[in-house]
Design a protein around this ligand. Structure first.
Ligand SMILES: Cc1ncc(C[n+]2csc(CCOP(=O)(O)OP(=O)(O)O)c2C)c(N)n1
Ligand code: SF4
Ligand SMILES: [Mg+2]
Length: 313
């Protein structure tokens, strides 16, 4: 479902008279979509991701009632608090099942999920795999800072070996997961990588993800200046690092080629690694519902119930 939302499914029919007709309706401005003042530490990478989400909403003329912003728990997961639209700050690691319900029941909405590396790959790791394999339409942005920020510096599943934290005083000994490999292997149909330090690129990736019909995943490096300062310097040209794009001749439908890109050592590549068409669970469920409804066309509710009881005899 493309989200160039310049029209309402109820265009001109059920809108209350105070709401202008769709053609007169202007897109939201940042001022209208920004809610509370973000409570992140000054300099946190998450500010950049939020600002670009506002920009996306402005640019693509998404209206309040067409956006759902969902998150779990963590610094990054505070995201929905700061967006003046419908959304949910849900249980730690459980943002994806909650968002799946929204996506499957309201195909007219675009569902955005934001969260951290702990939320996505520790406690929520199971849900990540299953949402990806089901190809449920939504955009999931993991703001990866390689640490648990909210709980003040524990090792996360993406922390590199040797990272000293409150849970690994002598340095992390567990091998980190690679979010891009994980997403590709789990069956995500859109997999991209970006970094908070390149705003234009973040916006580009979010737009492309939003337009993808399926589960779109973005790993966005987002520095925790409090507990992992300098983690991503090697990917930031302003800090002496390199920002290498996915090669122009990369075939985004080639899963093996995407996996190879994901295997490059840090700072790796930035851009769209994988994008392939595949039927969504949304489309499959819609078909099941359509076929079930067809079977009972013209029947009254009590006749449908009677049919069910007859079948149980
Ligand atoms: C069920 C449950 N377990 C543990 C916690 C404690 N907790 C809150 S946030 C968090 C991890 C946050 O790390 P991450 O998801 O990477 O987000 P960040 O703060 O780094 O953005 C943990 C362990 C919790 N709130 N609920
Ligand atoms: S603790 Fe880290 S992740 Fe959390 S708001 Fe501060 S800088 Fe950002
Ligand atoms: Mg984190």
């Amino acid at each position: 479902m493309s989200q160039t939302l310049t029209e309402s499914p109820k265009a001109g029919v059920n809108l209350p008279p105070t709401v202008p007709a769709p053609e007169e309706r202007k897109g939201l401005t940042k001022k209208e979509i920004a809610a509370d003042h973000p409570t992140w530490c000054p300099g946190c990478g998450d500010f950049s991701v939020l600002a670009l989400y506002f920009k996306l909403i402005e640019k693509r003329k998404l209206w309040h009632e067409k956006i759902t912003t969902v998150a779990g728990i963590g610094c990054s997961s505070r995201f929905p608090y700061f967006v003046q639209a419908h959304g949910a700050h849900f249980i730690h690691g459980r943002a994806l099942p909650f968002a799946s319900g929204i996506s499957l029941s309201r195909p007219d909405l675009h569902v955005f999920v934001f969260g951290g590396d702990g939320d996505a790959f520790s406690i929520g790791g199971n849900h990540f795999n299953h949402t990806a394999r089901k190809n449920i339409k939504m955009t999931y942005v993991v703001m990866d800072n390689w640490v648990y920020g909210l709980t003040k510096k524990q090792t996360s599943p993406t922390s590199p070996l040797g990272f000293k934290s409150k849970t690994d005083q002598w340095g992390a000994v567990d091998y980190p997961i690679n979010p891009m490999k994980q997403a590709i292997a789990a069956g995500a149909t859109f997999v991209a990588r970006t970094t908070h330090s390149n705003p234009n690129h973040v916006l580009q990736m979010m737009e492309a993800a939003m337009d993808h019909d399926g589960f779109s995943f973005i790993e966005c490096l987002s520095e925790c200046v409090e507990f992992y300062e300098g983690a991503f310097d090697a990917s930031n040209p302003r800090k002496g690092g390199v920002f290498n794009l996915v090669p122009a001749d990369h075939d985004v439908t080639d899963e093996m080629a995407a996996y190879k890109l994901a295997d490059e050592p840090f700072p790796g590549r930035f851009g769209i690694f994988l994008k392939k068409p595949k039927a969504t669970k949304n489309a499959k469920e819609a078909e099941i519902i359509r076929a079930a409804r067809e079977k009972v066309t013209g029947l009254k509710d009590w006749q449908i119930l009677q049919k069910n009881f007859d079948r149980m005899k």
